[in-house]
Design a protein around this ligand. Structure first.
Ligand code: CP
Length: 306
């Protein structure tokens, strides 16, 4: 496994499977891993708001015996113009890993190149690879083996969609993404996911037809229509995205045992109907919990402690 986790594509399909196996064991036997990262420190830098990622990473560190140092950019000299490279060089002298939530993926790549310790992407505009680990673990818990299963993502072809395309394709899934015209995932990611699917026996299907994409799906997944930083576009997006809402009708058109996922925070009545979000097919709370277990597994692997 590479020392940084900036993209789901930093894990081979084998490494991804092993990491999910470890996460399942960490979840089943948390005491067996307590203290494995004693004397380690992890910087958790958030340049965007967060509930799940911030709290789950902080708790993950504590449960493993590591010391989390949680920082916002306004608390750092980053907020006054110090470069991300210099920040990485300095933090490398104090901590054993750096987790960064930021805007551009390039900022993570620059940080990783300058830092002497592992760097983890805890969300950029391009990918959300930690979220994808929790998503895949939740799907495995509900469905068993993922090969040949159909994962349908409806809505914005955003960072979450990118990580699901790569992760689902690596896991041998048929990944369908249906978005409004002009909001498709970027071609570079679709191309890479397609190549991974050829190797894994999965498939990648991009369309603008929510009904067709939902038909027979094993998993229906959605995310907010206006991501952080896109709030000014929210009203305009609402009009374009309304046909992509995960409704009860789409749930009924999917497979009998369909699992509904949402990375959260959710907007009931927008990207997901309230009756679906709070209904019997929803696994969103298990999915949110799994952020903790998968990130513990990720930290253990980054430090070769499991
Ligand atoms: N899903 C997710 O990343 O949630 P937060 O933005 O609250 O961390």
């Amino acid at each position: 496994m590479e020392l940084d986790y900036l993209s789901v594509d930093d894990l081979s399909p084998k490494e991804l499977g092993e990491l999910l196996d470890l996460a399942a064991d960490v979840k089943a036997r948390p005491d067996a891993y307590a203290g494995r990262l004693a004397d380690r420190s992890v910087a958790l830098i958030f340049e965007k708001p967060s509930t799940r990622t911030r709290v789950s990473f902080e708790v993950a560190c504590v449960q493993l015996g590591a010391h989390p140092v949680v920082l916002s950019s306004s608390e750092l000299q980053l907020g006054r113009g110090e470069t991300i490279e210099d920040t990485g060089r300095v933090l490398s002298r104090y901590v054993d890993a750096i987790v960064l939530r930021t805007f551009e993926q390039e900022r993570l790549e620059v940080l990783a190149a300058a830092a002497d310790v592992p760097v983890v992407n805890s969300l950029s505009d391009f990918e959300h690879p930690c979220q994808a680990l929790a998503d895949l673990l939740t799907m495995r818990e509900r469905l068993g083996a993922l090969e040949g299963r159909t994962l349908t993502y409806l809505g914005d072809g955003n960072n979450v969609a990118h990580s699901l395309l790569l992760g689902g394709a690596k896991a041998g899934m048929r990944v369908r993404v249906a978005t409004p015209v002009g909001f498709e995932p970027i071609p570079q990611v679709v191309q890479r996911a397609g190549a991974l699917a050829v190797e894994s026996g999965g498939a990648v299907e991009i369309s603008n037809d929510a009904s067709a994409a939902a038909k027979g799906a094993d998993v229906l997944y959605t995310d907010v229509w206006a991501s952080m930083g896109q709030e000014a576009e929210a009203d305009e997006r609402m009009l374009v995205f309304t046909p992509y809402q995960v409704t009860q009708a789409l749930v009924e058109a999917a497979g009998d045992d369909v699992v509904v996922l949402h990375c959260l925070p959710a907007h009931r009545g927008q990207e997901i109907a309230a009756e679906v979000m709070d209904g019997p097919r929803s696994a969103v709370w298990d999915q949110a919990e799994n952020r903790l277990h998968t990130q513990k597994a990720l930290l253990l692997r980054l430090f070769s402690a499991a």
